[in-house]
Design a protein around this ligand. Sequence first.
Ligand SMILES: *Cc1c(COP(=O)(O)O)cnc(C)c1O
Length: 426
Amino acid sequence: MSNQEPGFATLAVHAGSQPDPATGARITPIYQTASFVFDDVDHAASLFGLQAFGNIYTRITNPTTAVLEERVAALEGGTAALATASGHSAQLLVMHAMMMPGDEFISSKKLYGGSINQFGHSFKSFGWQVNWAEGIDPADFDAAVTDKTKAIFIESLANPGGVVMDINGIAEVARKHKIPLIVDNTLASPYLCRPIEHGADIVVHSLTKFLGGHGNSMGGIIVDGGTFNWSQDDRYPILSEPRPEYNGLVLHETFGNFAFAIACRVLGLRDLGPAISPTNAFNIITGIETLPLRMQRHCDNALEVAKYLESHDKVAWVSYAALESDPYHDLQQRYMPNGGGAVLTFGVKGGYDAGVSVVSNVEIFSHLANIGDTRSLIIHPASTTHKQLDDEQKTAAGAGPDVLRLSVGIEDASDLIADLEQALEG
Ligand SMILES: *Cc1c(COP(=O)(O)O)cnc(C)c1O
């Protein structure tokens, strides 16, 4: 066998999968079963005690899902991964493994609208406090750190504003304060950006978007970078102290550089329960095989559409980091040189009403709340995804009244431009 390290496209097709050992099936089968038979009583005991790896029950592990986990871990350059039912449940399990009631974390305000709600409202019931960084500079994150801060959370390419974050700079702040940096890499995908290479400790994804890629299956994933030392002080007791339910086992001591992924699985997934279905895992594995092809086409189409919109007299502004005129262009060139992704926002002259008119007039673009489909999608965040936020939060999140968000698909760019042309004409 060759000694060459496989490239990204090869990993996207092969990582984690083998022909099925039982049947020779070339494609990973959908192991559509809730539970698995033990070899004998001792085998069962060792699985339950975490002395051996193996399948017990699909809430905790499943062989189809395991291929998905290994593949995404390889694409992101992590040590291990844990797939979940949705992107939001991945975020929940990450925080559940590192936060205790009364703890705090810092987040960028440039976030997916659902994450702003999850962090600002639902997490309060767990006693977890989010502190929003004032701006997006590393210094804004540094200024928000308190002695209760347990983590920093950012999106690499932020939804919906097209903001590219300075991952290295923010990772330095995290390292200085001995806290992990968590990066939501959903919009960029590992094809465009691999945050662990830039200092992130944990990566999360909504697999529902570009990794699955076809708008047909919900899923989320947590990738453990294996980079963070959970035992350097007493701030992460879930990882560094004996677990009563596992006979006093210390997760970090036992599992080393993939202890965080294990903690999310054997505590969070086991007890909170948001497991992905094997069928959805299968659909997402299939989607990942074409990730490099799709993502490049998404980027090429989005750049053409962005250039068209930039020159349109009914368009006030376009935010897309791959445009040379964009304020985030330098950061895009540094962190995601293959392209600016599929998602872009633009402002229509005429504000809220003009925005509503465009989403009502499009024909090829689907008006819906999603991104990362092969199909082109459009939404008016102020009347939908970001509707729950107050005006100040809307603008801070890049979702003001005139903003339209596109997720540019992989159709012919000329057809997409013609559709927007007629929709803007109204
Ligand atoms: C969609 C999305 C999520 C939430 O993922 P779900 O799979 O819908 O739960 C989180 N972050 C970003 C950036 C997203 O686009």
